[in-house]
Design a protein around this ligand. Structure first.
Ligand SMILES: [Zn+2]
Length: 207
């Protein structure tokens, strides 16, 4: 039996499991008020009807990384092959939201580590980036959080993370510089050595 008063959008939300999340109503109320303050009619304009609830559900989706329960479990395996070279996942696409302006920033992450006695499933590296990206975020912190988590969970010889991203708060407002790319890096352990760092950058740039 379906709950009463379900709109089509609510059915979608039910599938996503957040129709009962009280935050949908709370956020939607504020979004509707913002729309009104902007001089628009959220109850009459057909394009704005339910926009408040769409935005609320979208926020709960794109900010799902705030729920610690969504943190990927970094299942590790013993490094039985005694692999002591670099493991890199590169060109990992991501979307996040700038904590300062609540507009998107997006781009690619490149994540590498050199193991000690533990290795991690390769799919976990993109999932880790995704988890920390799905919250109001700043690029510097995103980069550090990925590196710190890998350092803690794998105790590797070293970790390096580079993130290249375009920020809509730079492109569509403020200094209005379309196409500008912000690059951040977090470097731990053996990657502090120049030769190791250069190998990372060489692998990263190789297409
Ligand atoms: Zn910003």
């Amino acid at each position: 039996m379906s709950p009463p008063h379900l709109t089509q959008d609510d059915s979608v939300a039910l599938e996503n499991g957040n129709v009962t999340d009280p935050r949908v109503d709370q956020i939607a109320g504020h979004v509707k008020e913002i729309i009104r303050i902007l001089g628009l009619c959220p109850d009459q304009d057909p394009n704005l009807i339910n926009t408040d609830r769409r935005v609320a559900r979208m926020y709960l989706d794109i900010f799902s990384g705030l729920d610690a329960g969504t943190q990927p479990k970094l299942t590790t395996f013993p490094n039985d092959e005694h692999y002591t070279s670099m493991v890199m996942e590169k060109e990992i696409a991501f979307y996040s939201m700038c904590a300062h302006h609540f507009v998107p920033f997006y781009g690619h992450g490149h994540i590498a580590y050199i193991p000690n006695d533990k290795i991690v499933g390769l799919s976990k590296l993109p999932r880790l980036l995704e988890f920390y990206a799905r919250r109001p975020q700043i690029q510097e912190r995103l980069t550090e959080q990925i590196a710190s988590t890998l350092e803690e969970e794998l105790t590797p010889q070293g970790v390096m993370v580079v993130i290249e991203a375009r920020h809509l708060c730079v492109e569509m407002r403020g200094v209005k510089k379309p196409g500008a790319v912000t690059v951040t890096s977090a470097i731990r352990g053996i990657f502090l050595e120049k030769a190791v760092r250069e190998e990372f950058l060489d692998l990263m740039r190789r297409r």
